[in-house]
Design a protein around this ligand. Structure first.
Ligand code: RIB
Length: 310
């Protein structure tokens, strides 16, 4: 049976340009081509989970504008359920300005959140049944922190469903909020900001993850880009190397990982196998330009894993 994943998070219209290098302060660079596409960490993770064959609800907020209309059509086309996607007159649909380095595929992003900041507790109360009947609830940090905290409290009081908090973009977080999430998935930078431990080596990653575990979460999965992922639970410490691919655009790689992880865990995979599956999803996503549009489909991931194991 299809597993249900509820993603509570952001939608952004991504305005992307490639550039010969990432600009320094005050520098103007001639870049291009320019690409406009669907993004936002929440929506990217929702699209990824749907392409991996989960039943996905996206709880978010868009503006009553053209970008909002494009967003809704896109999500519908991707089989993401938008019954509880709010439309606001108060402000614009979220926007992300993205520059992608032509040579390395690395990016720089500025988000103007707009409508994403209207995802509120009232909206969550209206979808409690959807959340509690899900197999996994997936959150990021591009909506108000009070809303995130409310969802995590709700889910931890009810002891269901499994919650995954992707603490992106990086910000200092109250340990109590973080401790309510079952699984936390920071990248290096987020791990450093949250724990205050400087991350240079894998030993630092392990030390900071153990500190994070002490806040109450059951598992920490650190995404390390081309260096793979690091898993820490009460009785597990494991470094999982990445799949080697040619990176064209790393935008949304973290979202692909989180979508993949949510799907694998919802299907009952153990954490290590789920992280391997998520790493394959992320690897495939960086081989294409774009955020949501670069998310791979289930059969591509299965084929890739099979080819890799031969
Ligand atoms: O994680 C990538 C995403 O971050 C982009 O799609 C952009 O919208 C920002 O939210």
């Amino acid at each position: 049976m299809e597993k249900r994943i509820t993603v509570i998070g952001s939608y952004n219209t991504d305005l992307v340009s490639k550039a010969p290098h990432l600009p320094k302060p005050g520098e103007t660079i001639l870049g291009g081509p320019f690409i406009m596409g669907p993004g936002g960490k929440g929506s990217n993770q929702a699209v990824c989970s749907a392409r991996l064959d989960a039943e996905v609800y996206f709880i978010g907020c868009i503006g009553n504008d053209n970008f909002g209309k494009i967003a809704k059509d896109f999500l519908l086309k991707e089989n993401v359920k938008v019954d509880y996607l709010k439309v606001t007159d108060k402000t614009h649909t979220g926007i992300a300005l993205i520059i992608v380095d032509d040579k390395t595929g690395e990016n720089m992003i500025v988000v103007a959140p707009g409508a994403n900041m209207e995802v509120n507790i009232e909206q969550i109360n209206a979808v409690k049944d959807i959340i509690l009947s899900s197999d996994v609830v997936l959150l990021q940090l591009e909506i108000p922190i009070e809303t995130i905290s409310y969802v995590l409290n709700l889910v931890s009081n009810e002891r269901k469903p499994l919650s995954i908090l992707n603490p992106a973009p990086a910000r200092k977080l109250d340990d109590k909020i973080l401790g309510k999430a079952d699984i936390v998935t920071p990248n290096r930078n987020e791990l450093e900001i949250i724990t205050g431990i400087k991350i240079e080596t894998l030993e630092d990653v392990e030390k900071a993850s153990i500190k994070m575990l002490s806040y109450g979460t059951k598992g920490v999965v650190v995404t390390l880009g081309k260096d793979g992922a690091f898993v820490v639970t009460e009785n597990k410490r494991k470094h999982i190397p990445s799949f080697k691919v040619e990176a064209v655009d790393t935008t949304g790689a973290g979202d692909a990982f989180n979508g993949g992880l949510a799907v694998a865990l919802s299907e009952g995979k153990d954490l290590i196998s789920a992280v391997t599956f998520a790493s394959a999803v992320a690897a495939l996503s960086v081989t294409k330009m774009g955020a949501a549009s670069s998310m791979p489909y289930r059969e591509e991931v299965e084929r890739f894993l099979k080819e890799y194991s031969n």
